[in-house]
Design a protein around this ligand. Structure first.
Ligand SMILES: Nc1ncnc2c1ncn2[C@@H]1O[C@H](COP(=O)(O)OP(=O)(O)O)[C@@H](O)[C@H]1O
Ligand SMILES: O=C(O)C1=C[C@@H](OP(=O)(O)O)[C@@H](O)[C@H](O)C1
Ligand SMILES: [Mg+2]
Length: 163
């Protein structure tokens, strides 16, 4: 069965997926391969809407992948994506944390340039966070509070829930 990891940027989706399964799929990495450029460059040249179109089709492809899939933090924006996640025979695990913890993490993450982070004030980003919170909860089959937990503690909690 496919396992989707969802949550705001910086919640650890890519990190936890990597620790959960050697053949995990990171949606952002898959999209970067497809578009042939970093996501930030694509946002700049083609726009966010074009990114969301690609994201939606990649999500549809991955529903039947039977893999651990780390999604991008904006996967829940689209009602169509939320319906895909609700209809899927899949586990949808929400890695939940508070905005301040996530903001600190994203701010110090030099490996990943997130255009929405780069282009938003802290206040604007918090508003996006607050808007998305209920959307993650709407589609989640499991919610894990990841605040102040190590990746291995989180992986352990996922496994215990599914035991
Ligand atoms: N449980 C954790 N504790 C501390 N730092 C973490 C944890 N999970 C992820 N990180 C760090 O936070 C940043 C974002 O992680 P990432 O997996 O890219 O999140 P996402 O894919 O949800 O945006 C990275 O610098 C990563 O090393
Ligand atoms: O929150 C968002 O809208 C986004 C989050 C990013 O993924 P991560 O959550 O893995 O950083 C990536 O999909 C893109 O920058 C958009
Ligand atoms: Mg990620």
């Amino acid at each position: 069965m496919t396992t989707f990891l969802i949550g705001f940027m910086g919640s650890g989706k890519s990190t936890i997926a990597r620790q959960m399964s050697a053949d995990f799929i990171d949606m952002d990495a898959m999209i970067v391969e497809r578009i042939g450029m970093p996501i930030a460059a694509f946002f700049e040249t083609q726009g966010e809407a074009a990114f969301r179109q690609i994201e939606k089709s990649v999500l549809s492809e991955l529903v039947v992948s039977d893999k651990v899939v780390s999604t991008g933090g904006g996967i829940v924006i689209s009602p169509v994506n939320r319906q895909i996640l609700k209809d899927a025979v899949a586990k949808v695990i929400y890695l939940k944390s508070d905005f301040d913890s996530l903001y600190n993490r994203i701010s110090s993450d030099t490996d990943n340039v997130r255009p929405i982070f780069v282009n938003s004030s802290r206040q604007a980003l918090e508003a996006i966070f607050n808007t998305r919170q209920p959307l993650y909860e709407e589609v989640a089959s499991q919610i894990i509070d990841v605040t102040d937990k190590t990746p291995s503690q989180i992986v352990q909690e996922v496994k215990e829930f599914q035991a």
